[in-house]
Design a protein around this ligand. Structure first.
Ligand SMILES: Cc1cc2nc3c(=O)[nH]c(=O)nc-3n(C[C@H](O)[C@H](O)[C@H](O)COP(=O)(O)OP(=O)(O)OC[C@H]3O[C@@H](n4cnc5c(N)ncnc54)[C@H](O)[C@@H]3O)c2cc1C
Length: 491
């Protein structure tokens, strides 16, 4: 039946836009492959332009076929994984820069432009696109919008949504809509771009993004603050926050994560958890900020600090994910978000979970925003490790909720974080979330099963039972984060 589906799609948007079955492999997973999450698409399309995206959506809506939008596949929540089959709609060919106006700090790019290219283009024109998620050379601006991606510099400048002034989106049942106006503000109607940002492909398919950039700061300097232990790191963090200085970055790395990447550290490696702090702006502002930071850290036996070349530091920091993965060959990492004043308590909880499940654990993240990458290192070839990793991940999500935080601070819910959503939200929030989904996607065909709690029965929305049937057909109803899904054909 997949063959018939691919033939229909080839007739619709051209044979060159439909990937042969032999080429499906890269589209079966995203960066959650490390924890074993793999799906099986019924078809993969690479539409040539926005109109072809809308046409595909219209056809799928008419024929009740699920769609899974896909950007660069760097997601860490399984959002782009076709766990229940369906048509993967890859935006990779939408690569045009439609407009760049440095004088007005504006850029309009198609969804498939890579994040690093957006940032480079901005930089070359004296501007800055600050969101810098670790997979930026591969991730796409559409994927960044769909996950509201952050990264270290989001602490000062905000996540992707803070840079979005308008969107072009394919909406059900298959229309292209322009959300937002050419001006920088639009107070008319509900904030539809705001709803699409972070919607993880469940409300529409982003085809182009209007960005409002900021002037690039002339100078950025980075400081590494070495703490004696995690309580000391917590104190330093709170002192920095209380100092009134607005760092561009305020990240932390614990001793165990640092150990995985210490050999390539661009400064003088010491022992102890560390905070990475960057301040940016004009020369005098940066000098003053560094002075004030030093003062804020000076009381009560100051932690050691040293300046490190900012670019070298962020290059090194980008490799943290890979370095930690390399220790045992794999890892389960949850991007929980907790109040910053509970950082030390949260880390103690992460280590306890690791000990209980006999898995080495570590953590790093965007401390200023309270984002902790709670990580458990696994050997994917071990018969027990993946399952213990999955359980450790679940315990970390529960820990975040006990700390008054969220199961996800930046990677999104996707497929792997659905289970505890109903615990995090109250009934009214849950109902409001479901109503938003139904308003945009009444047939439940846009990235089914993602971003929302698993439906316990068929009563949660008109398509819930169909969705359950799809998931059952895919062998996925009892699937928990980390399990491998092998999908069957349904059409
Ligand atoms: C090493 C590493 C480090 C990372 N660091 C960070 C970090 O610091 N901060 C952070 O926020 N994230 C981080 N990430 C996660 C990831 O890079 C981001 O979530 C990124 O924004 C995903 O973009 P993508 O194009 O790869 O999207 P994909 O993985 O392809 O898709 C992600 C989700 O968006 C949807 N989607 C993709 N494109 C579209 C579109 N055009 N329209 C509608 N829906 C779409 C998909 O359906 C899916 O639900 C990291 C990932 C890696 C591998």
């Amino acid at each position: 039946v997949s063959e018939g589906l691919r033939r229909d799609l080839a007739r619709l948007i051209g044979a060159e836009s439909v990937v042969a079955e032999s080429g499906h492999r890269p589209y079966r997973h995203d960066a959650t492959i490390q924890r074993g999450l793999v799906g099986e698409p019924d078809a993969v399309v690479r539409p040539a332009d926005a109109r072809a995206v809308a046409k595909t959506l219209r056809w799928c809506y008419e024929h009740e076929v699920a769609l899974v939008p896909r950007g660069g596949g760097t997601g860490l929540a399984g959002g782009a994984v076709p766990v229940g089959g369906g048509v993967v709609v890859s935006l990779e060919r939408l690569r045009r820069v439609r407009m760049l106006d440095p004088g007005l700090w504006r850029m309009s790019v198609e969804a498939g432009v890579r994040t690093a290219d957006v940032a480079r283009l901005a930089r070359e024109n004296g501007l800055m696109f600050a969101p810098d998620p670790g997979g930026a050379e591969q991730s796409q601006i559409g994927g960044n919008v769909a996950t509201n991606a952050g990264g270290p510099h989001a602490f000062k400048y905000g996540r992707t949504g803070a840079f979005v002034s308008g969107l072009e989106v394919a909406l059900a049942p298959g229309e292209l809509a322009r959300l937002g106006r050419a001006g920088r503000r639009d107070a008319s109607g509900y904030d539809l771009p705001g709803l699409l940002v972070g919607s993880e492909g469940t409300l529409g398919i982003v085809t182009a993004v209007d960005l409002h950039l900021v002037p690039a700061p002339p100078l950025a300097r980075a400081l590494v603050v070495w703490a004696r232990d995690i309580e000391d790191a917590q104190r330093a963090l709170l002192n920095i926050l209380a100092s009134g200085v607005q760092p561009a970055v305020l990240d932390f790395i614990d001793v165990r994560a640092f150990a995985a990447a210490s050999t390539t550290f661009p400064g003088r490696a010491r022992r102890g958890p560390l905070l990475l702090v960057e301040v940016d702006g004009g020369g005098a502002d940066v000098e003053r900020a560094l002075r004030e930071l030093a003062e804020s850290l000076s009381g009560n036996g100051p932690p050691a600090s040293e300046e490190v070349d900012a670019r070298a530091l962020w290059r090194w920091r980008d490799g943290m994910n890979g370095a930690v993965s390399a220790v045992r060959g794999g890892k389960v990492s949850e991007d929980i978000c907790v109040p910053p004043e509970r950082l030390a308590q949260t880390l103690a909880g992460v280590y306890e979970i690791g000990e209980e499940l006999a898995l080495p654990s570590c953590a790093w993240g965007h401390a200023g925003d309270g984002i902790v990458h709670a990580t458990f290192m696994i050997d994917p070839s071990d018969p027990d490790d993946p399952e213990r990793g999955r359980r450790a991940g679940e315990c970390a999500l529960a820990l975040a909720l006990r700390m008054g935080g969220s199961v996800t601070g930046e990677h999104g819910v996707g497929w792997v974080k659905r289970e505890l959503l109903a615990t995090q939200w109250d009934a009214a929030t849950l109902a409001a979330q479901e109503r938003v989904k139904l308003a945009f996607d009444p047939k439940g065909l846009l990235n089914p099963g993602k971003k929302r709690p698993p439906a316990p029965d068929g009563r949660r929305g008109p398509r819930a039972s169909q969705e359950q049937r799809r998931q059952r057909a895919a062998g996925a109803p009892n699937q928990t984060p980390g399990e491998t899904v092998s999908s069957k054909r349904r059409r």
